[in-house]
Design a protein around this ligand. Sequence first.
Ligand code: BF8
Ligand code: SF4
Length: 636
Amino acid sequence: MNQIIKTSDPAVKALCPVAESEGIATVFDRYQAQQPQCGFGSLGLCCRICWKGPCRVDPFGDGPQAGICGATRDTIVARNVTRMMAAGAAAHSEHARHVALAMQRVGKGQLPAYQIRDPQKLFRIAEKLGIETQDRDMLDVAYDVASKSLEDFQNQDHHKGCNWISSSLPQKRLNRLKKLGVLPHNIDATVAQIMARTHIGCDAEPQNVFLGGIRGALADFNGMALGTELSDVMFGTPSPIVTEANIGVIDKDAVNIAVNGHNPLLSEVICDVAREMNDIAKAAGAAKGINIVGICCTGNEVMMRHGIPLATNYLSQEMAILTGALDAMVLDVQCIMPSLPQIGNCFHTEVITTSDENRIQSARHVSFHEENAVENAREVIQYAINAYTRRDPKKINIPAIKQTAVVGFSAEAIVAALAKLDADDPLKPLVDNIVNGNIQGVALFAGCNSTQTTQDESYQVIAKILAANNILLLATGCGAGAFAKHGLMTPEATKQYAGESLKAVLTAIGEAAGLNGPLPLVLHMGSCVDNSRAVAVATALANRLGVDLSDLPVVASAPEAMSEKAIAIASWGVAIGLPTHLGTMPQVTGSDAVTALMQQGAKELFGGYFLIETDPKVAGNKLVDVIKQKRQGLGI
Ligand code: BF8
Ligand code: SF4
């Protein structure tokens, strides 16, 4: 194999030669084997919606200009991207439904493995959703909050918006979205409607199709807001905690278990049960007991709540197994590479799927159900301990590469830190510093890793440009993983890369909050569903200033967007008014009409728009300009 390793992560560079010498193909090899990738698909011009297809529209105008049914390039591209938004919304919302259903049962006392760990947040949410709290039992309130959240999957009244969206965005934004007819009334119905209207022979008007997709993207936002908030209630609202990130967190003297995926329902219980089973691991010979590490967004979930170290992010999940010291990888849902069991088979690693709807050929399967959560957790941990005894010492190769990361900046944690500066009015220091220009604006980094670009690199290039221009940085998902692995979630990074006025503000807040130094350069807000946390902060700012979200000097950037979920997130980012950068080429450029709709068209409709730029330096500078324009617009 002649490998081209498209990564900036030193641990990945260190481990790829292991794969090569063992004859194991990784994501980088498979990427190469796919070259050249199909031009029709890359432009979004391939349609497989019916079995007369596949149909392809010639991008240069010489060949066919419509599919067999007559669908034009614009219709085909619009339908393809809209279906992606629906799939993203479905994925996040299934996660959310799962959490809400579990919370309903916690409210009925039916799930002893789970508790209400943040009752104050429960009562805050109840009030926000209009649920009576006076003198009521906590579990009854939990049941009602979960039920009200589940209404967002059931409501059939088109005139009534979803509960979470209605209570999470500024009124000005809600009014604008309502006028455009893109507010969802029901998550499931919206996803189903997109599938129906994009069936052959249905909605063929590109803008109408795309706006249907935007409604799906807003359903995605609704799902993630409720998924995030109910997870906090059950598992605790994150607050700053110091941990480590990158492959060096795997410890050769421990039974190493990676939790990978997105949904915290099982991984939370694994963290609890691992403490009880430490002695069993020690008795099996692991001097340091059990070491849980995280990957992808499940990794973010347990990192921000328990300080569990992060082994790596999406693109390098296979690398954890290549260390030869990972005893089990426990998988739940989403962004899991189907290649993992094959690689696990080359080592002693147990690769265990746990969701009945998310299985992988040749992986071990432990069917997870909340009512058996503790037994399920014990079973997977026991598999890991057994595997530990089968390790081949000659195959152990853990690059000693890791970085400190300060993580866990929920909206509540940010407000709590600000309250140290002004207890009566915590938002005031933030608002004042934005208005006086010490903080020029806010950028949220979200999204994935993609082989379209060099892993983690654009995140760092863009973040450093924005930080030098005094823009406050937030991050979620694999973006957060990238920053954690590369040492940008530390006070030292603030000292090194922040512009003078941003540095002064982060230092004042960090010291007041007792951190003995500045806040980290990039604030870790959590996993991908936690993007709603950033919206909570932006909404508080907008309400405070009496403006809409599209007026704020706030931008989003997804330098390596790849998944359907990321497309849904970016699309609701645009719909709520944020200029949203994509650093990878979306599969829409085969249609000038759709590409224009996502840029100028969206700007007119929503105030937010897609900013497509694959060069990270140029992107960074463009985002700085956007923030300047927004400030001018506000007259600050
Ligand atoms: O939800 S950032 S690669 S792991 S989709 Fe997936 Fe993208 Fe990572 Fe988390 Ni989000
Ligand atoms: Fe071709 Fe139309 Fe069928 Fe798509 S829906 S595959 S364009 S015939």
